[in-house]
Design a protein around this ligand. Sequence first.
Ligand code: GLU
Length: 447
Amino acid sequence: MRLEEAGYAGKLLKVLRDRGIEVYDRIRVVKNGFLYEGVLMPKPELSHPSCIILKLDNGYNVGISITSETKIELVAKGRPAKPELPPVPLKIREDLPEVVIIGTGGTIASRVDYKTGAVYPALTARDLYNIVPELSDIARLKMDVLFNIFSEDMTPKRWEAIARTVAKYVEEGVAGVVITHGTDTMGYTAAALSFALQDLPIPVVLVGAQRSSDRPSSDAALNLISAVKIAAQSPIAEVVVVMHGETGDTYCLVHRGTKVRKCHTSRRDAFRSINARPLAKVYKDRIVMLTSSYRRRDPNRQLKLEAKFDEKVQLIKTFPGIDPEIIDFLVDKGYHGIVLEGTGLGHAPEYILPSIKRAIEEGVAVVMTSQCLWGRINMNVYRRGVELLKMGVIPGEDMLPETALVKLMWVLAHTRDLKEVRRLMLTNIAGEINPRTEPLSYPPMEV
Ligand code: GLU
């Protein structure tokens, strides 16, 4: 790739040319007393004109602004391409259960081009066996790449598409389904599928990776092996998320789809069950169940697909100074539901109460959750809670705010009758409400 094609222009282009530097060359940069060495990468479209992108040896890409004071020199031409992995002789074992992998994006099921550092989705089951050969001892895989997006670009329409695809494979009789997904919004998709796929006969497992597979610290392989293991062998017939359980490479945790949140931006063990125990631990050689309350696998159970979501629902966090007009705006715009992420046991400032009252009077369903995350809503303790309850605010029990949002979208796609909406929101449909608060270890991660 020529420097111009890689986005380098103007003064910077000249500086690089003068030193005989091309894209993918190894270079050394000294700036403000710091030395950086790595491979010169193509520039993202929106990066600053004076900025170079360097892939460091630890796999991270850094942007460095080149000024007249920056020293920059060529270390070696090109980056030796890592030899392609030899194709694993495919010995598909017919005795193994069949698992379908539905690709939606994210870094998990991706293949890295070692020359460019670019990440491509693994498109075939063979690609997957190449990346993680252990998979061929767990299941007969087939691969269906539905889309390839960052999960921040997920939408309720795409949840519906995923649910329909899962239903198709359930109908075909696979033993389990694995969905590869970006980690950012995996919890939302897990909740959405938990409601959309009623009476699941088999496990549906969402899996992602916090570190891409070109990094030595990647969690992709263990996560994928564990996810396929759960899909192929576990007794669970629910929508679950399988991700690293701790920072090492020993086990993954299986989280119920309605109770899981990404709690850390970068740690491998970022996913935690909130207000619930994880369902199981998965080691390379075994599955250890952590609870007996889960729906059991039963291939004869008939799946009911209810994959519609009402998009006229919003999630609003209350805070000191929140402008009540935000609620008025939603009512005026014809929204059907609002989930409030209130404070503490389920409170909101007094001055926004008239707006909440008006919303409910105009037929908008208002559900209260807590920004505390841990614990459950109890609106009978303080006067404010009682006032909100009296107005008709629906208490969200111990639901995660995002699960309450997804559930309200799903409920409103069935009914707009506020009485029925209340009944459904207070009914435990997919493990999203724990009737009793379990004594759980808190905080969830070691300090
Ligand atoms: N933001 C990306 C996503 O959630 C990160 C990549 C990843 O988590 O796989 O899709």
